[in-house]
Structure formats: C-alpha cells, structure tokens
Design a protein around this ligand. Structure first.
Ligand code: SF4
Length: 179
C-alpha cells in the first residue's frame, strides 16, 4: 500500500500562476514524487476528488462552481492551504468588487471593444458569477496561508518539506512577500 502523502490542487478565480510557481521547484519535483502522489489537480487527469492529506487552492471564490469545489476540498482534505494573494485576500480579481456585477458584465459583453452581438451569457452550463470575489477563509477554515503573487517556489518547497517531516512551518524573511 502506498505510504505517500496524497495532494490535491485546484485553481478557482486564479490565473494558474501559483501552480506554475509550484512547478518552479524544478528537478526537486522528482525527489518530491517519491514522497507524494497527486489526486485531482490540473496536473493530472483525475476528474473526481478523493480523500487527501493536503489540498492546495489558488484563486479566490468568484462563482458558484468555485463555491462548491471549495466546500468539497474542505470536506476531503485534512489540511487546506490558501496559496497566493487571490486565495488569501481575493487578489487582483477582487478589484471588480468596486463595481456592481451588472457593471462588470455590461463592460465586458455589451460595451466591450469589438463586441458585435451584445448579450450577457445566460446558458445554464455557465456557473453564475457571485456579486463579489471572496477570499477562501470567508467560506471555509484554512489551515495555512502561503502569501505572494505567486508564492515563490522556495516557499512551496520549504512548506512541503517541513510538513512532510513533521516540523513546524517556518519561512525565511526572503521567502515571504506579497507581490
Ligand atoms: S496569486 Fe497571483 S499568481 Fe496566484 S493565482 Fe492569483 S494572480 Fe495568479
């Protein structure tokens, strides 16, 4: 039976930059792969989420699908991590919180440059946008926060290395930034 730590990741209202920074640990991914295995993540083709030791989430919560996935991650992951500015405080996408949802939709789909058939998409297949972008901790309990836009690769490495070795999580000053 595998003893490896099972990790799931996802991107809600994120840009995938946090995932890219995670991959920036480069060849250490090989070392890591001996200790962890991935469940549902954009890096695998697994469609359903199983029980995991760790869930890493980038992006804030901006639509109904984000909400459902966030709740499911909390339910199935023993440790849930907000990675990046978007997950922690809404990030750049939360700039839309200064406007009404109607204003945002009309700007994009009605008044946008090059729009020839103005209409706001209403297909039921499309998740409904929420009025605001929310940080994840407003909705579920978050166990750890990894700041940065994105968090640096060294922070991901330090975090997982210490967590897998049962050590307290401590970052160096240079690893912590919010930009
Ligand atoms: S924190 Fe930055 S890098 Fe990460 S998802 Fe948000 S915008 Fe992208």
């Amino acid at each position: 039976m595998s003893q490896r730590i099972r990790i799931a990741t996802t991107s809600l209202a994120g840009c995938f930059g946090c995932h890219m920074s995670f991959l920036d640990i480069d060849e250490r991914l090989i070392e890591l792969s001996e200790k962890i295995e991935f469940d549902r993540t954009p890096l695998t083709d697994i469609k359903t989420l199983g029980h995991c030791d760790i869930g890493l989430i980038e992006g804030g919560m901006g639509n109904t699908e984000n909400y459902e996935l966030l709740r499911e991650f909390r339910e199935k992951c023993d440790i849930l991590v907000s990675m990046g500015a978007c997950a922690i405080n809404g990030g750049i996408p939360a700039m839309r919180n200064s406007f009404t949802l109607k204003e945002c939709l009309e700007t994009a789909y009605v008044e946008g440059v090059g729009v020839t058939d103005p209409q706001i998409p209403g297909d039921p297949e499309i998740p409904l946008l929420l009025n605001k972008i929310h940080p994840l901790h407003e909705v579920v309990k978050i166990d750890y926060f990894l700041p940065g836009c994105p968090p640096p690769a060294e922070m991901f490495w330090t975090f997982l290395d210490q967590l897998l070795n049962g050590q307290p999580i401590e970052f160096t000053y240079s690893q912590i930034h919010y930009d």
